[in-house]
Each structure stands twice: as structure tokens, then as C-alpha cells.
Design a protein around this ligand. Structure first.
Ligand SMILES: *Cc1c(COP(=O)(O)O)cnc(C)c1O
Length: 393
């Protein structure tokens, strides 16, 4: 059934504020279980390398259809560890999108390799394989496709390019745990997958956390060693690694939350479907560009990101804020134009699609516990602004 357009008759019934994300709603129903799990860690005294970490690694490996999973301190570290495991360093180039979170590129920079930005596809927001191909040089070592907002990048094309050019593929699956591409889960499509447990991700902890997944046993062993200062035997350092561990307390929290991940993903998907119906019913689908789930993908909707064309995005966002509807711009400044990367020589116009998306993208509330009335309110406010009607509400 197509939901009714929120109309003026219901105007007063709708909530007066809608958060972009309210993590406390998801936590409320699990609170006792989580406190119990944390208490068990406190009582055990095993704050690192506890049984909860091993259990989480096993479960995540299964979710990602990967043979190995290695917990680490953050999604950012997961990316860094993956590149370190491939010995990426000075003289190497790594191709990444510019329309992503900073960590996708900073890991390359930190290892002394050259960050090479490629433009993205305007429909999926993900790396455009043709642009990746153009960016390849003899120094290229790896590609980091990001599965942005919860939908997988065009992996067949990217893996084909990688195979032809002998490149490693590191999936930045920070926003896309549980997403699928042709029925295969994100994380094990390339050589290595990197996951984040940052609180706003689909599987979010009570702090930082991350995981690397891979099917390659020797690579897994190397990553585990690199995450422990290059030690296998204590105080014998075969490699120069870093200290990056997943806390037992985080793992305990995540193990409790994991049981809900499937349901939460379904709720996010239902919310996305309902937005589509509401926007279509309000005839906003012709004024805005709605996000699309491609037929061969399973989108997990970490973000529901619309495009607001004709330079009206910031005005719409201001109006949403004024009316207490949460929204966010992921990402306002493309990475190739960030001050810290200016020596790379990119300029305005270098990546036209990315730059346009930075002007047009607007993420709306999509979290699992978002109510139908809250969604109605979001669409109502957007309709008022975009159709320029009833602006006095
Ligand atoms: C969140 C995120 C990261 C980094 O994860 P942290 O756990 O915050 O370090 C990397 N890449 C993308 C695309 C992200 O969204």
C-alpha cells in the first residue's frame, strides 16, 4: 500500500522534531543485556584478547563469508593495516575515491605512498571503473573501492581491472556490513575488507573499533602480527607494526548488538522503501534525485542520501534544521580539495562528478527505529521547501 502524502489535516499530529540518528533507541531494548556483557568483561579482567573478541571475529568472518577476521582499533586502522600488509609505501600509488570519508585516503598518505583520486558514478556515489582505469600508472599497487552509504561499488568491473593490472583490492566496507553484490557479502569480494564499528555505523559499538576480513590465510596472519607491533612471540618483533586492538568491552557490546543486525538492516530497508513511496506520492521524485538500489545489490542503507539539484541543497538543509529535522552532508568538501592534500596538485574541476555531489548530497534520517510519523514529517518539510508552499509551517 502506498502511504498517504502527509497533508495539512495531519500536520499537527506529526512530531515536531526528528533526529538524524538516535542511537539510544536501539540501545534501550538491549541495555540490560549489554550491561551484563560489560560486567562479565570487568569481572574477568581480560580487557584485551578476551573470548568476546574471538567470538566477534568468528561471527564477522561468517557474515562477510571470509575465512579470517582480525579485530583492530578502528575502521581507519583496518585500512592502514591492509595497506601495510601489502607493503605499500613510497613510490607506490593507490587509487581511491575522493567522495568518501577521510580515512580512505589518509591511510595511503601515512605510508608515504601517493594518493590518486578517481571520480565516482553519480547514481551509486561509488568509484567509476572507467575513471579508475584512466588513473592507472606503472606505480599503481592497489584500489580502495568504498561501498558508500551501504551499497557495494561496481566490483565486477573493478576486480577485472585489478586482475589485468595486478593490483590489490581493499574494500572499504566501513558503511556496508551485511551489504551484498550478486549475492556475495561486502568484505570478501576483494583481497581484504575493512569494517568499522564507529557508533553511527550499522553495527556500532560504544566507542571505536574495527575489523579486517580476508580469505588469505598468510595475509591474515601478517595483519594480526602488524596489529600487535609486529610480534607473534612476545617481545620478538619480525615487522614494524602498530598497536591496534579491539577492546574486549567493545567486542562484548557488539556481540549483543550483532543478534539484531539482520532485523535492523530490514528496518533500514523498509524505511528506504517508504521514503521512495512518500517522495513519489508527493511528486518530489522529479525535483530531487532519490538514491537507487541497483538490481544486483543488497543495500544496507547506512545513509539515505538524496541529491538536491540547482544549488538548493544548503537552503533545504537550513530549513530542515530550522524545523528540527536532522540531516547531514556526507561530504561537504571532496578529499582532493582538502587543504592537507593540496600538494597532490588537484584543483576545482579535477573530479567534476565528485564536486557536484559535494554540492548536492543530503543525508536524511534512516535509522532502524525511525517511526512512520517521523518519516512523514521529514517528507512534509522537504515538500514544503521544494514546492515552496506553506512555507510558514
Ligand atoms: C567510518 C568510516 C571509516 C573509518 O572508520 P573509523 O572506525 O571511524 O576509523 C573509513 N571509511 C569510511 C567510508 C567510513 O565511513
Amino acid at each position: 500500500m502506498t502511504p498517504a502524502i502527509p497533508d495539512s489535516a495531519r500536520r499537527d499530529d506529526l512530531p515536531t522534531s526528528v533526529p538524524l540518528l538516535d542511537v539510544s533507541r536501539g540501545n534501550a531494548m538491549l541495555r540490560d543485556e549489554i550491561v551484563e556483557a560489560i560486567t562479565r568483561v570487568v569481572d574477568s579482567g581480560r580487557f584485551l584478547h578476551g573470548p568476546d573478541v574471538a567470538r566477534l571475529e568468528e561471527t564477522l568472518a561468517a557474515i562477510c563469508d571470509a575465512r579470517h577476521a582480525i579485530g583492530c582499533a578502528s575502521g581507519s586502522d583496518a585500512l592502514l593495516l591492509a595497506l601495510m600488509a601489502f607493503d605499500v609505501g613510497p613510490g607506490d600509488e593507490v587509487i581511491v575515491p575522493s567522495f568518501t570519508f577521510f580515512a580512505t585516503a589518509s591511510c595511503v598518505w601515512r605510508l608515504g605512498a601517493r594518493v590518486v583520486f578517481a571520480d565516482v558514478d553519480p547514481v551509486t556515489f561509488n568509484l567509476d571503473p572507467a575513471k579508475v582505469e584512466e588513473a592507472i600508472t606503472p606505480a599503481t599497487r592497489a584500489i580502495i573501492p568504498v561501498h558508500l552509504y551501504g551499497q557495494c561499488a561496481d566490483m565486477d568491473a573493478l576486480l577485472e581491472i585489478a586482475r589485468h593490472n595486478d593490483l590489490r583490492v581493499i574494500e572499504d566496507a566501513a558503511q556496508s556490513v551485511g551489504a551484498e553484490y550478486h549475492g556475495h557479502p561486502a568484505g570478501s569480494l576483494g583481497d581484504v575488507g575493512c569494517i568499522s564499528f564507529y557508533p553511527t555505523k550499522n553495527l556500532g559499538g560504544y566507542g571505536d573499533g574495527g575489523m579486517v576480513v580476508t580469505n588469505d590465510e598468510s595475509l591474515a596472519e601478517k595483519i594480526r602480527r602488524l596489529a600487535a607491533h609486529g610480534m607473534k612471540t612476545r617481545y620478538y618483533h619480525s615487522l614494524v607494526g602498530i598497536n591496534s586492538r579491539l577492546d574486549s568491552i567493545q567486542a562484548a557490546v557488539l556481540n549483543v548488538k550483532l543478534a539484531q543486525l539482520g532485523r535492523w538492516t530490514n528496518d533500514r530497508r523498509a524505511n528506504a522503501k517508504r521514503y521512495h513511496e512518500l517522495f513519489a506520492a508527493a511528486h518530489l521524485d522529479q525535483r530531487l534525485v532519490l538514491p537507487k538500489e541497483l538490481p544486483d545489490r543488497y543495500h544496507v542503507w547506512n545513509q539515505y542520501t538524496i541529491r538536491v539539484p540547482h544549488g538548493r541543497r544548503d537552503e533545504l538543509r537550513a530549513k530542515l534544521t530550522e524545523r528540527n529535522v536532522g540531516s547531514e552532508i556526507y561530504y561537504p568538501v571532496p578529499l582532493h580539495l582538502q587543504e592537507c592534500f593540496r600538494t597532490l596538485g588537484y584543483r576545482r574541476g579535477s573530479l567534476p562528478v565528485t564536486e557536484r555531489l559535494c554540492q548536492e548530497a543530503l543525508s536524511l534520517p534512516i535509522f532502524p527505529e525511525l517511526t512512520a510519523a517521523e518519516q512523514d514529517r521529514v517528507v512534509q518539510v522537504i515538500r514544503d521547501v521544494v514546492l515552496d508552499e506553506r512555507a510558514a509551517a
